[in-house]
Design a protein around this ligand. Structure first.
Ligand code: BES
Ligand code: ZN
Ligand code: ZN
Length: 494
């Protein structure tokens, strides 16, 4: 792991050259401009076993490393991300101080934008150069991190993309660091401290609706879910209101709401049989939100955006809410609590209703580790998305394609909504039957968003953390959603 990575002019860099697998099969092209490229391709040909498939890396000597990009016709931004991740892990062992990155030959049409290509590669580099070592104590043999690394490129567009990519990965890594902070440290009070610190550092405006105020405002969801914890629940609001607004973002106000359950025991509907372990990750919707707000502020994105983090710890004590309680939410909708473990939708509901009422947003995203059901349906490969607005979903799909943070749209019909209507209150928080489990969460939330406000609900229970190491992520939180949401917001500037 490198201590830090930045983009700058590099002296005596190691050259990292990207090679397409097709080029190894063809005879090298003639012409002086391609001379250097051919040299690298020739070297690549002479490396035993190197086929230039995505993620392959071969260290030639102290001056040159070659990395595979796969076939020209297949290469996508995802391939560049993987290549960046594999490259940095291979270089970790040789620990250079600087790398000059060359992408051999013209990139294929679909990634003709060299800035985006540089961005994807650097996202991979930044995400893969991250570890969970914050809690290593005296019994751990510390591996000394490598010195700081400088990235460089002769191509100015590609180089500016490298900067973008590192910046975005840095905000995803910020979200990951918060996410893996354990519940004996990270509780709602601690989250407030972190949000205030971020606001000071980035110029975001931070407002906190504390427990007392939430009670006064009638936020029955946030209050009831969080009241059994020694660290009382709250709603954190982070606002990015730049002076300069992009032409296409005039009159736009985007709200992003993130489920921030710092720990989910299930409450009286207690999680059993190992289901509780790992529930520190139940705040990752909020971490995606705060990470995206950080990236948006640091990149000075000319769009008005407000991030809302309903924070609570779902615990058990004599004051805890219980199954059978009937509670009233911020928008006066009544809810019969059928399961205290379906708590995320209760805190989100108040934040969504509050956002619609007070902020009048022109679009709302919410992101949440809401249901185990979405993991069953879509696995760890994609988040589930529900939306009441096709153009907003299309915008999110484009952001997903650009960032590689995959989404899959699920249905939300009147039948689903009616399924959430209870006998003795307006709604129940979980229907007695498990039919369409992740859809029930979305259907419940729909009662707290104005019909005319474009809204997309993103269930990240499967994507926000990984049990095993992948090309880009060590096991632990992935930072999923930070890049997706930032890109979705930035799309209003184009
Ligand atoms: N935090 C969980 C969802 C979850 C499960 C996230 C697994 C990540 C991994 C959520 O609060 C929950 O407990 N959901 C229940 C809902 C049910 C009680 C209606 C679920 O999904 O089973
Ligand atoms: Zn739960
Ligand atoms: Zn939960």
């Amino acid at each position: 792991m490198f201590k830090s990575i930045r983009v700058s002019r590099a002296s005596k860099p190691i050259v990292a050259a990207g090679i397409f697998s097709d080029d190894l099969k063809q005879k090298s092209s003639s012409g002086s401009t391609r001379k250097k490229r051919s040299e690298h391709v020739e070297t690549a040909r002479s490396r035993p076993g190197f086929r230039a498939e995505v993620g392959e890396v071969t260290i030639v000597d102290s001056q040159l490393v070659l990395f595979g990009l796969g076939s020209r016709s297949d290469v996508q931004h995802d391939a560049l991300r993987t290549a960046g991740g594999k490259l940095i892990r291979a270089l970790d062992r040789t620990a250079p101080k600087a790398i000059s990155i060359q992408i051999e030959g013209a990139l294929p049409d679909r990634i003709s934008d060299r800035t985006l290509a540089g961005r994807a590669l650097a996202e991979g580099i930044g995400l893969a150069n991250w570890r969970v070592d914050f809690f290593d104590g005296s019994a751990t043999q510390h591996e000394k991190p490598n010195a700081a690394l400088t990235l460089d490129s002769d191509d100015s567009s590609f180089k500016s993309g490298l900067k973008d990519g590192l910046e975005l990965a840095d905000s995803a890594n910020y979200a990951r660091e918060l996410a893996c902070t354990p519940p004996n440290i990270c509780n709602p009070t601690w989250m407030v401290t972190q949000a205030r610190k971020l606001a000071r550092e980035t110029g975001l405006k931070c407002t906190v609706i504390d427990f007392k105020k939430a009670q006064q405002l009638g936020m029955g969801g946030i209050v009831n879910v969080g009241k059994a914890s020694a660290s009382k629940p709250c709603l954190i609001i982070l606002e990015h209101k730049p002076q300069k607004i992009a032409a296409k973002a005039k009159k736009q106000k985007i709200a992003i709401v993130g489920k921030t359950i710092t720990y989910d025991t299930g409450g009286y509907s207690l999680k059993i049989s190992g289901g509780m372990k790992g529930m520190k990750n139940d705040k990752n919707g909020g971490m995606a939100t705060i990470g995206a707000m950080r990236a948006i502020a640091r990149r000075k994105v000319p769009v008005h955006v407000v991030g809302l983090l309903p924070c609570a710890e779902n615990m058990v004590n004599g004051e805890a809410y219980r199954p059978d309680d009937i509670i009233e939410m911020y928008n006066k909708v009544t809810v019969e609590v059928t399961n205290t473990d379906a708590e995320g939708r209760l805190v989100l509901a108040d934040a969504l209703a509050y956002a619609c009422d007070k902020l009048k947003p022109t679009a709302i995203f919410d992101t949440a580790t809401l249901t185990g059901g979405v993991v069953v349906a879509l696995g760890k490969w994609s988040a589930g998305v529900w939306s009441n607005d096709d153009p907003l979903f299309d915008r999110l799909q484009k952001a997903s394609d650009a960032t590689g943070e995959k989404i899959w749209r699920m249905p939300l019909w009147k039948e689903h909504k009616d399924f959430m209507r209870a006998k003795h209150a307006d709604l129940w928080n979980s229907a007695p039957a498990r039919d369409g489990h992740p859809i029930q969460g979305a259907a419940f939330l729909s009662f707290f968003v104005d019909d005319e406000t474009p809204w997309a609900h993103i269930d990240i229970a499967g994507t926000s953390a990984t049990d095993s190491d992948t090309d880009l992520h060590v096991s632990g939180p992935t930072g999923y959603g930070v890049r997706l949401l930032t890109e979705a917001v930035e799309s209003w500037t184009r």
